[in-house]
Design a protein around this ligand. Structure first.
Ligand SMILES: [Zn+2]
Length: 350
């Protein structure tokens, strides 16, 4: 037996012994449906013989948020993990029930990301949370949880994290997307429970629910690889350094519809807005303007609603406020140019 490997601590996931030097695809039981159909959580584990941290990557905690599934697929099927140190655990579908229903929610309209830490005797959401926390998160030092905007809403690729923690802040900046938001821990969220277990978490938000978005997928995969290099789980890249300056927003807020109607939007994701700019006009069914939606501060559009219909009070534009908004615009352009240049090769079948 390899003596170095024997010094690595034992790891058991769903009753399976996870040996150094191997990779695994497991289906972890999480309950059964009305029809006696067993529901399982797919888990991929790659464990190196070389010691190093344990990192989890999770997607589809909200069952309609799919970009992360493709990010994980590319990560585990690519060649970048050949020289892995430590252990990578990927869960492409944390919430299979939500994916089957193409829905953010579980039965009873429960939100899995408000159901942590859960309980083995709880409702389906509580059991899923409990299984994920104890079978996956408990083994880990770090985690990256992949999300998208809600249905009919898009997010500019962005990292949300507890920036008061120095190591988490370094990981957030290294991910290499233009916008980083300091986010408080929410009650019942995975981040809150993971934090209590001492696991450092980044939340990646990009794109729209129920869609694959190529820029968001590429930015996500590259960001994960960059963080893995920072954590010495992968050797340094020989590629030239990515020309992105992530900027931390001081705060952010939603601009809401001032009336109900059909929307003509004049600003899109990544645009800079200045106080007083008209972001959209709201019209009646004849096309007559009933009101205008105006920016109240300077900032960058980091989230928006794609559906051209609003009720008064609906959240329309998520604006992040920066000291230097022009630098953010440049950084967003750099990201687009480097990840999706005009001459980018189309995706090919394997
Ligand atoms: Zn989400």
């Amino acid at each position: 037996m390899n003596t170095r490997a024997s010094r690595l601590p034992a790891m058991t996931i769903a009753g399976e012994t996870i040996e150094p030097g191997n990779s695994y695809k497991l289906n972890v039981p999480i309950g059964s449906l009305y029809t006696s159909t067993d529901m399982t959580m797919p888990v991929y584990i790659k464990r190196s013989r070389k010691p190093g941290p344990t990192l989890f990557i999770s997607a589809a905690i909200h069952g309609d948020e799919l970009n992360g599934v493709e990010i994980i697929n590319r990560l585990i099927n690519g060649s970048r993990l050949r020289n892995l140190r430590g252990t990578l655990i990927c869960v492409p579908v944390v919430n299979p029930f939500g994916v089957v229903n193409q829905s953010r929610y579980l039965p009873d309209r429960r939100d899995l990301n408000r159901s942590f830490p859960g309980s083995p005797k709880g409702s389906l959401a509580g059991r899923m949370a409990d299984t994920f926390l104890n079978e996956i998160v408990a083994h880990c030092d770090y985690g990256i949880d992949l999300h998208t905007g809600a249905i009919h809403r898009s997010n500019l690729p962005q990292i949300r994290a507890n920036l008061d923690d120095e190591e988490t802040r370094l990981m957030a900046l290294e991910f290499g997307v233009p916008v980083v938001l300091n986010a408080n821990l929410r009650d019942g969220s995975l981040r809150e429970s993971a934090n209590e277990m001492g696991v450092k978490i980044l939340l990646y938000e990009a794109g729209e629910a129920l869609r694959y978005d190529e820029l968001c997928i590429r930015a996500g995969e590259r960001g994960i690889l960059r963080v893995m290099r920072l954590l010495n789980m992968l050797p340094p890249s020989r590629q030239k350094k990515f020309p992105i300056e992530p900027l931390v927003a001081r705060n952010s807020g939603w601009v809401r519809a001032t009336d109900s109607g059909f929307v003509r939007a004049f600003r899109q994701l990544g645009d800079k807005v200045e106080k007083g700019d008209v972001l959209a006009s709201i019209c009646d069914p004849f096309g007559d303007e009933v009101d205008r939606v105006v920016a109240s501060k300077d900032g960058i559009v980091i989230g928006n609603q794609n559906l051209p219909l609003v009720h008064e009070g609906d959240a329309m534009f998520h604006i992040a406020y920066f000291k230097e908004p022009d630098d953010v615009v440049e950084s967003i352009e750099n990201m687009q140019d480097s990840l999706l240049p005009d001459d980018a090769e189309p995706i090919q079948a394997n």
